[in-house]
Design a protein around this ligand. Structure first.
Ligand SMILES: *Cc1c(COP(=O)(O)O)cnc(C)c1O
Length: 397
């Protein structure tokens, strides 16, 4: 396997750095700092200590016997990223980048957030390390995710409402980029998924690859072999590449990414970039993008706020084009069904995002051999989704 990305930040024909001139130096500085620090003993020791004693790693794998019976009877293990501090995998990356920012001498951190999960993870990391934190968030998202806005403020972050465009995630990213261009000397921008210009997709992947590394070791102890199937939901793609990365070289492992199929296959009703998108550039990287006939970024929909970004990490676009990873969709309704089934049968309330991977298994698991070992990434816990589910199922009279 060749090492990806290439020097210019490309995964095959995807990736790169499509940014204004003023940001090129900052991206180079970040990449140089990262390449130096990842071999630095003191940095590794600090990161390992925080991951173990603050985040709570390693996260366990849990066998889901009753849910697996429903899916077709194979052995199913859940990688429990929901048990991380702040309730999802995002903290793995936020902590890593915040420590880099501090060591680069940048006292100010900015981030974008859609549902608020990456904002909360970043605000948490900044509180721990004593960094100033500013989070950009669309006004529509702020209204939908009041609790996370308040949580970020409790953690000492400033939340800046974004009122341009559709007032959601992509507009928040535009605002964060604008801030970064202005304050680049003092500020590091923490991107929350394997998106954006090089080196972000590489850095975020490396910080999240601990998920698959741990899972392979844990499966070796429990069943003494490699899994046959590994499956994860794909928004930007960080939890999925985190699970897959160490498994790519083991060609017997079937890797499955699940996108948000939403309400239907019509443009605007889903966030399935591979079945509905085309090659394009968004937020500094070349990848598959949902767009209309004029190349304008399309509206997206998913029941889960974490899966509705109109583009996908460039490494996933590459892995899809080579056929090493297969990508499928799971509809809102099927994800909701899996959300309830896992809660009732395993005592684990999953994030709606993670429920997309579980929903695919529920519908398609019969095609997987009964003696197969499957690992599914439980990217986050569902507590954040409970108010939304409650409003849907018990509407106010
Ligand atoms: C943000 C989020 C996702 C989607 O992001 P990826 O970068 O695709 O992992 C998935 N699950 C949870 C719980 C999230 O918070």
């Amino acid at each position: 396997m060749t090492t990806l990305p290439s020097r210019g930040g490309y995964f095959g024909e995807f990736g790169g750095k499509y940014v204004p001139e003023t940001l090129m130096a900052a991206l180079d500085e970040f990449e140089a700092a990262y390449r130096r620090l990842r071999r630095d003993k003191a940095f590794r020791a600090e990161l390992d200590d925080v991951l173990a004693n603050f985040v709570g790693r390693p996260t366990p794998i849990t066998e889901a016997k009753r849910f697996a019976e429903l899916c077709g009877g194979f052995r199913l293990f859940l990688k429990r990223e929901d048990l991380n501090h702040t309730g999802a995998h995002k903290i793995n990356n936020a902590i890593g980048q915040a420590i880099i920012a501090k060591r680069m001498g940048k006292q100010r951190v900015i981030a974008e957030t859609g549902a608020g999960q990456h904002g909360v993870a970043t605000a948490t990391a900044c509180a721990l390390l004593g960094l100033d934190c500013v989070v950009y968030m669309g006004e529509v998202d702020m209204a939908r995710q009041e609790l996370n806005v308040f949580r970020m403020r409790l953690l000492g972050a400033e939340v800046v409402p974004v009122s341009s465009g559709s007032r959601t995630l992509k507009d928040a990213i535009n605002e964060a980029i604008r801030d970064w261009v202005t304050n680049v000397r003092t500020t590091h921008y923490i991107i929350g998924s394997v998106l954006g210009p090089h080196p972000y997709p590489m850095v975020v992947r490396d910080f999240q690859s601990i998920i698959g590394r741990e899972a392979l070791g844990q499966l070796r102890k429990k069943v003494n072999r490699l899994p046959d199937v590994a499956i994860a939901c794909v928004g930007g793609g960080s939890n999925a590449i985190g699970l897959f990365y160490e498994m790519l070289k083991h060609e017997t492992i079937r890797l499955i990414g699940v996108e948000a199929g939403g309400r239907s296959g019509e443009l605007g009703h889903h966030a399935a970039r591979f079945s509905g998108g085309a090659v394009g550039v968004l937020h500094g990287t070349r990848s598959m993008v949902l767009q209309d006939a004029f190349g304008q970024i399309a509206e997206t929909h998913s029941i889960s706020a974490g899966l509705d970004y109109p583009s996908i990490g460039p490494e996933h676009a590459h892995l899809q084009s080579t056929g090493r990873v297969e990508y499928h969709d799971c509809s809102d309704n099927l994800a909701l069904e899996a959300f309830h089934k896992l809660s009732e049968m395993e005592g684990i309330i999953p994030a709606l995002e993670s429920s997309h991977a579980l929903g695919w298994l529920l519908r398609n698991g019969k095609s997987i051999a009964k003696d197969a070992v499957v690992i599914a990434n439980l990217s986050g816990r569902g507590d954040k989704d409970v108010p939304q589910i409650m409003a849907m199922e018990q509407p106010a009279q």
